[in-house]
Write a protein that binds this ligand. Structure first.
Ligand code: PEP
Ligand code: MG
Length: 600
């Protein structure tokens, strides 16, 4: 079976069985064309008219999305409209027209390719997600300028099919006739792709990031798509078909049980209250986290301000965003992580020599302390927005105590400056650290003493403890936070925090999976921050278990010899509380260079 089983990323759960429709799309072929000097003005007008027409079309699509997927999902098109109207980008295109006399479509294509290379080069999965949006906008503008109607690819879709494509733009997802789409499979795309989010909202099972899908899946081949596990099974046997149908029944059963407790508090059977917060990577996710009843944000990533942009964000821009998030979660904490930049993704103004080992290199707090203006601006923005919201500041990738001391000094100095300037700002804010290196975990008691709170980043803690690159698919089996070494560190951190009476949470992906959440409760954690779509399942899990049971299981797990043994212990224990078959598709951890959020 293994040669018939293709693995990608499950971005929208559900099992679909059907024939494949392989859509082959390409960027329009744009002929090289220069125009006489006298026509330059006309080309610029043509460009502006095309942008305005495409804008109108995107607004129509947005309205359609409100009907078909929801108000929040419709905002996805705001991202495309923003890209379309990006002033710097359009000024660049106009400059090419004026100075090089290029026809509008050639100039536009040129700038779009330049942008694509820039985003691609950052290696950031978040920007890769946005590439699909960029491509989609580019195709629309180019087709408009070339006087071609946008191709309606679903014309071929006369019967219900599994759509297979290289990449799926959100515009296509929302326009597909729902009754004729059984599932979506694409080579590009991740959990945070806009098309993934839409597919999820529309209830379409989807697998993305499946390399080679276009070659491996022949047109009209019968396939089983499992949008939870992220697999596509080619040419299934009768037995496999029957099993897939059974899996789908279980999936629906779990979904309905999870939905039943969506509005209930996360309280264990023995009365322990577990706080469930959301990890918010990009502004779009604020509403998603609220929709899933996140009790605040346990990890507000701020790298999106920097990656793929030419300039650093202003203090005002950051204040605005932090205020917005603070207001969205009034009454709950919002933990803002200072820039976790560097290594593979440095802000554009900083030029650093290439490093042989970027993940062991000039990153995160190291960059921020070496370039204090970067940190100071962010700290000021947090303090200012913190005047009216419960904002906490969290330092990533600490390995040394002086990193906490120096950051605290900066917070102190900036707060004093703001006060002296008469600017409204918090006088102080809680400062905590991410425990995501063995150095910090081993010295947990010392870091806890220096901090107001700690949060464990299990993604990096696993990577650095086991010396396994979290993005290396070849080593995926070895990337396991259940390794006894990681467990011992996790326990050390929880014990240190408890002894000092300081809050400790887990904000790595580990907490988003039921077996691990159970284990973490047993190790002493009572606060989890996870990708927002994982919140309902974790809430459901918490409500079915008791902390005392979790503690005895964690104790046994700490004595295990291997990750496999740990998992066996957890499975056996959790089987007493839940039907393991129901959660089996979730009992695996996503691996990737950065955790991609699960879809809505
Ligand atoms: C982690 O390392 O676990 C974490 C939450 O941070 P990031 O995934 O952003 O590195
Ligand atoms: Mg990390």
């Amino acid at each position: 079976m293994s040669d018939r089983l293709l693995k990608g990323i499950g971005v929208s759960p559900g099992i679909a069985i059907g024939q494949a429709l392989v859509l082959r799309t390409t960027m329009p072929d744009v002929p090289h064309r220069v125009v006489p000097r006298l026509r330059v003005g006309k080309e610029v007008r043509r460009l502006r008219a095309a942008v305005s027409d495409v804008r109108r079309h995107l607004v129509e699509l947005k309205l359609k999305t409100v009907d078909r997927a929801g108000v929040d999902e419709a905002r996805i098109f705001d991202a495309q409209i923003m890209m379309l109207e990006d002033k710097d980008f359009l000024a660049g295109v106009e400059e090419l027209i004026r100075e090089n006399h290029l026809a509008a479509e050639k100039a536009y294509e040129f700038k779009a390719l330049e942008m694509r290379d820039l985003w691609d080069g950052t290696g950031s999965p978040r920007l890769k997600d946005r590439l699909v949006d960029l491509n989609s906008v580019t195709v629309r503008v180019l087709e408009h300028l070339l006087h071609r109607g946008t191709t309606e690819m679903w014309d071929e879709l006369t019967e219900a099919r599994v759509i297979v494509a290289r990449e799926i733009a959100p515009g296509l997802t929302v326009q597909l006739p729902r009754d004729r789409v059984l599932a979506i499979v694409s080579e590009e795309g991740t959990r945070t792709s806009h098309a993934a989010i839409l597919a999820h909202s529309m209830g379409i099972p989807a697998v993305m990031g499946l390399a080679g899908a276009m070659d491996r899946i022949e047109p009209a081949a019968v396939v089983i798509v499992d949008g939870g596990r992220g697999t596509v099974l080619l040419h299934p046997t009768d037995e496999e078909l029957a099993e897939a149908r059974q899996d789908e029944v279980r999936r629906r059963e779990l979904a309905s049980q999870v939905a039943d407790v969506a509005d209930h508090p996360a309280v264990t059977l023995d009365g322990a209250r577990i706080a469930l917060r959301g990890n918010v990577d990009v502004p779009d996710e604020v509403d998603v986290a609220r929709a899933h009843r996140a009790e605040g944000v346990g990890l507000l990533r701020t790298e999106f301000f920097i990656t793929g942009r030419n300039a650093l964000p202003s203090e005002e821009e950051q204040v605005k965003y932090f205020r917005r998030v603070g207001e969205a979660f009034a009454g709950h904490p919002v933990v803002i992580r200072t820039y976790d930049v560097g290594g593979d993704k440095l802000p554009a103004p900083f030029v650093a020599p290439a490093e042989a080992n970027p993940f062991l290199g000039w990153r995160a707090i190291r960059v921020c302390l070496d370039q204090p203006e970067l940190l100071r601006t962010q700290v000021r923005a947090i303090l200012r927005a913190g005047a009216r919201a419960n904002l906490w500041l969290m330092i990533p990738l600490v390995t040394r105590l002086d990193e906490v001391e120096r950051t605290r000094a900066i917070v102190h100095e900036e707060a004093a400056k703001l006060a002296a300037q008469g600017i409204e700002a918090a006088r102080t804010i809680p400062v905590g650290v991410m425990i995501e290196t063995p150095a910090a975990a081993v010295l947990a008691d010392r870091f806890v003493a220096e901090s107001d709170f700690v949060s464990v980043g299990t993604n990096d803690l696993t990577q650095y403890t086991l010396v396994v690159d979290r993005g290396n698919a070849r080593l995926a089996d070895r990337f396991t936070p259940h390794d006894p070494s990681v467990l011992r560190l996790l326990k050390n951190v929880a014990d240190a925090a408890r002894a000092a009476g300081k809050p400790a949470s887990v904000c790595g992906e580990m907490a988003s999976e039921p077996l691990s959440a159970f284990l973490l409760m047993g190790l002493g954690y009572d606060t989890f921050s996870v990708a927002p779509p994982a919140l309902p399942l974790i809430r459901w899990t918490v409500r079915r278990v008791s902390v005392s049971h979790a503690r005895t299981s964690a104790h046994a797990a700490l004595g295990a010899r291997s990750a496999e043994e740990v998992l066996d212990i957890l499975r056996l224990a959790l089987a007493q509380a839940v039907d393991l078959k129901l959660i089996e598709p979730h009992a695996r951890l996503p691996v990737g260079p950065r955790p991609a959020s699960l879809p809505l």
